[in-house]
Design a protein around this ligand. Structure first.
Ligand code: TRP
Ligand code: ZN
Length: 872
């Protein structure tokens, strides 16, 4: 902690030989720590931490006590009340020789929160002090067996200057508090639930709370508090309401009740991830707490509710039952994402929520599964665990739980989760424990299904339907194949739950009702009898399996499904496939027939029975990146031209409809309801097409929306439209936006991000200039992601043929690595996609990865990501 550089590259572990941790090497801990008392003398420059550990030998072994550390040197080590000096440090860990079965071990260290730029352990943010311990941050606070299968009861005493840090919070329930001499004060907290060190948290700061009471299903009152700076208090209503709704939802849907008397959430501006589920004291990135109509978009409001729910749900799926080791991370994350997705689906349109989740999966997880960093949801090895908080662990992990729920059906799934919570409450469990509970609770055999935990890669399914008019029989031939991934050259067939249905091409009648098929062979034939007319296949309805489907369905059949399928996801999917086929053809040949897409969009806009929120999703073209994913070689410029041409054509040919949709989607006054959200979404999608059509008044219309908006959704939507274009209004709107919101960090992030995502030809130059802007800093992860992360997701700009985009990102990541390796390493993957591009681009991308790997003092985090990206 005292020396960031020393921590970034521990002297005993040279980078090239960085240790690989293997799942198969797991052994239970030699020592348990049933109780720990922590005493903090808090100060931003120098904090003293005294830890008193009750340690118990786990079995008859003669191993010393090994306490992980993060670069500190102990000021003292005391065993059973006597100072010892035969301790030693090894690779940062404190080794204490012990003779008996149980001892009391006390250590004291000094750490410097204000110099902690990694934001792991105890650090300063906005003048307050807070912690982040998952996955291995606790060792940067004190010496401890920092692994999730060591569970302890924590008693925590905090002392600090009362004026600077009037509020002192920790896990569990408050026990006592009082004043000290010299303007200091103290507070003591006790968490009765044994927990692993990664769930430890404290906060000291000048904060106020939005408070409420939640009465649990057994009638206990829980004091809720959302803690923020005083000025932000009015922006906490939405998060507080979401917390109350989540608590009730988990009781109703999973039978899970909250267990402590208090539940606190603290918002901080500097945070490596979204939020953290510390027992009774969640700590959040402020972007997932603070919202009001003027500063947050509908997307932000939805994300806040989802993250509040996610962290709350971890109290059972994560805290009461934690992970035995970090290879089991998806046990808590996949299941908890599945739970928060279910919660969000229940708050508004379940169909739109499913479309958004699948879009996210395809944008982040499918490329990961197809690239050099592919790993199973239960990985077999890692170098740096922080690199495994991935879309695969989280989002594919959630899809795997969703498949179990689909296969079991709702009652048996609930029986399985009840049994799981029952069996493993209070323990550190494995993914296998979860699957075994699902089997025992439901009576369903999941032997082959377990491959989903072990095999990486997205299965590809080919489906073709043959109709025999003589026998009125239709035969569906379905084959599956999972491509090789690093370390896994050949794959076994998986269990794929596919929901299918057949429609009549002439009558649009149901020829075969929806059925769930469990595909578990390389190839299978499914026979449908009594099929009297040509059938059209609707497959993977609701995205029942996270796979890529390849069919021989014609454009006409996809158009049919886009108009008639009664599964909203399948309807959306047919439309997407039609658009993708058109864009891929156009990118390859320089031109394509747009008619089928235009007709399908027209039909969707004309269908009064559809929800505006659904229409807005369905008429949106797939992203540049997703089009690229369909091509053998990604050609960024050709994709950009194809997409612009289609957008312009759709805009022009349906000009009247876009105007009508735009005018019909006006909402009188801001309201955060599913209906009003849907209208706002459709309005900005329509505005985008009006602008794409090239009409003269488009910029004026966008600027009027920008100026007249009473909410951030409309304002940001209009700004994004302007920022993509060449109008003078673009510059004016950016200035107005900056001047209006320059003192609000979260809104300023939007200002950086919208420019980094612009499809203009000069975006790189703009972004380089923004990186020198006085409001830009790499020290704040949100700001770094808003500029660098967004830019590397901008396919056209990032993949500029001369490699300038790659060079810019690599420069920034090398600089960021010195401050915050975890956040820097998360932005390596776009450079790792070099195999998907032409030789010239691939060489330029490799060159930047090689430059990163060769950087002196590179972190373990970056080394793992960049070296695997080169090799994979
Ligand atoms: N467990 C957190 C969540 O998913 C994730 C998280 C928050 C995290 N902060 C982190 C993971 C820092 C690694 C490092 O809710
Ligand atoms: Zn989580």
């Amino acid at each position: 902690m005292l020396d960031v550089q020393a921590i970034a590259h521990p002297p005993l572990a040279p980078l090239a030989a960085a240790g690989v941790i293997r799942r198969e090497d797991y052994t239970p801990p030699d020592w348990q720590v049933p109780e720990i008392a922590l005493d903090f003398a808090l100060d931003a420059a120098a904090t003293r931490v005294r830890a008193t550990l009750q340690v118990v030998r786990s079995s008859a072994h003669d191993q010393p006590l090994v306490l992980d550390g993060g670069g500190q040197t102990p000021l003292s080590v005391i065993v059973d009340g006597v100072a010892i000096n035969d301790w030693r440090l090894e690779g940062g860990a404190l080794i204490v020789p012990l003779s008996g079965a149980a001892h009391v071990v006390e250590t004291e260290v000094e750490i410097a929160p204000e110099r902690n730029t990694q934001l792991m352990g105890l650090y300063a943010s906005g003048g307050n002090l807070c912690t982040q311990c998952e996955a291995e941050g606790f060792r940067r606070i004190t010496f401890f067996p920092d692994r999730p299968d060591v569970l302890s009861v924590y008693t925590v005493r905090l002392a600090a200057d009362k004026a600077r840090y009037p509020v002192l919070l920790a896990n569990g329930d408050p026990i006592a508090a009082g004043d000290l001499p010299d303007g200091r004060h103290w507070a003591e907290w006790r968490d009765p639930f044994p927990k692993p060190s990664y769930l430890f948290a404290l906060v000291a700061g000048d904060l106020v709370a939005n408070r409420a009471t939640f009465t649990t299903m057994s009638g206990r009152d829980v004091a809720l508090g959302i803690w923020v700076r005083a000025a932000d208090l009015p922006k906490t209503e939405h998060a507080l309401a979401a917390l109350q709704t989540s608590m009730a939802w988990d009781e109703r849907v999973y039978g899970r009740e909250y267990d402590l008397d208090v539940f606190n959430i603290v918002a901080v501006d500097d945070f490596n991830f979204g939020a953290m589920e510390n027992k009774g004291l969640n700590i959040f990135n402020s972007r997932y707490i603070l919202a009001d109509a003027d500063t947050a978009t509908d997307y932000d409001f939805d994300a806040i509710a989802a993250v509040v729910a996610h962290e709350y749900f971890h109290n059972w799926s994560g805290n009461r039952i934690t992970c035995r080791d970090w290879f089991q991370l998806s046990l808590k994350e996949g299941f908890t994402v599945f739970r928060d997705q279910g919660f969000s689906a229940d708050q508004g349109s379940a169909a739109v929520k499913r479309i958004e989740d699948v879009r996210g999966l395809r944008a982040a997880q499918f490329p990961e599964d197809a690239g050099p960093l592919a790993h199973p949801i239960r990985p077999d090895e890692y170098q740096e665990i922080s690199n495994f908080y991935t879309a695969t662990i989280y989002n594919k992990g959630a899809e795997v739980i969703r498949m179990i729920a689909t296969i079991l059906g709702p009652e048996r799934f609930r029986a399985g989760t009840d049994l799981y919570f029952d069996r493993f409450d209070g323990t550190a469990a494995t993914c296998e424990d979860f699957v075994a509970s699902m089997e025992a609770g439901s009576g369903v055999d999941l032997s082959q299904f377990r491959l989903w935990y072990a095999q990486a890669g997205t299965p590809r399914v080919t489906a073709s339907l043959h109709h025999d008019t003589g026998s009125d029989r239709a035969t569906l031939t379905v084959s599956q194949r999972t491509p090789p991934t690093p370390g896994q050259p050949s794959k076994q067939p998986m269990v794929l739950p596919l929901k299918l249905k057949l429609f009549g091409a002439q009558t649009a009648q149901t020829l075969a009702p929806e059925q769930l098929v469990l595909l578990d062979q390389p190839t299978e034939h499914i026979v449908f009898e009594g099929v009297g007319e040509r059938p059209i296949l609707s497959i993977n309805r609701g995205f029942s399996a996270p796979v890529v489907i390849e069919t021989d369905r014609s454009a006409a059949d996809l158009a049919f499904l886009s108009a008639h399928d009664d599964d909203p996801f399948a309807r959306y999917e047919a439309m997407q496939q039609l658009m993708l086929d058109t864009l891929v053809e156009s990118a390859a040949n320089g031109t394509a027939d747009h008619q089928a897409v235009i007709a399908a969009i027209a039909g969707t806009l004309d269908n009064a029975a559809l929800d505006p929120a659904f229409i807005a999703e369905a008429v949106l073209l797939p992203s540049d990146a997703f089009v690229g994913d369909q091509m053998a070689r990604v050609d960024p410029e050709a994709i950009f031209r194809a997409r612009e041409a289609l957008r312009a054509d759709v805009g022009q040919r349906l000009a009247g409809r876009w105007r009508a949709a735009y005018d019909a989607a006006q909402v009188d006054r801001f309201e955060y309801t599913p209906a009003a959200k849907g209208l706002r979404r459709l309005k900005t999608v329509a505005l985008g097409y009006i602008a794409a059509s090239g009409v003269d008044d488009a910029a004026g219309l966008a600027f009027a929306q920008f100026e007249g908006a009473d909410n951030m959704t409309d304002r940001q939507g209009a700004l994004a439209t302007l920022v993509a274009g060449e109008s003078p209004e673009r510059v004016a709107a950016l200035d107005i936006f900056y001047n209006r919101y320059g003192d609000n960090a979260l809104v300023l992030d939007k200002w950086f991000q919208v420019q980094a995502l612009s499809s203009r030809a000069d975006t790189l130059a703009t972004v380089e200039e923004l990186a020198r802007h006085r409001d830009f800093t790499l020290a704040n992860p949100n700001r770094a992601r808003a500029l660098i992360g967004a830019f590397s997701a901008n396919q056209r700009a990032f993949h500029a043929a001369d490699g300038a985009g790659y060079r810019f990102v690599a420069d920034q990541l090398i600089a960021l690595d010195k401050l915050n390796p975890q956040t820097a390493a998360k932005m390596i993957p776009p450079l790792g996609r070099w195999r998907r591009f032409d030789e010239a681009r691939a060489a330029l991308m490799r060159q930047e990865l090689e430059r990163i790997v060769a950087t002196p003092g590179l972190s373990k985090d970056m080394f793992e990501q960049a070296s695997k990206s080169l090799a994979g």
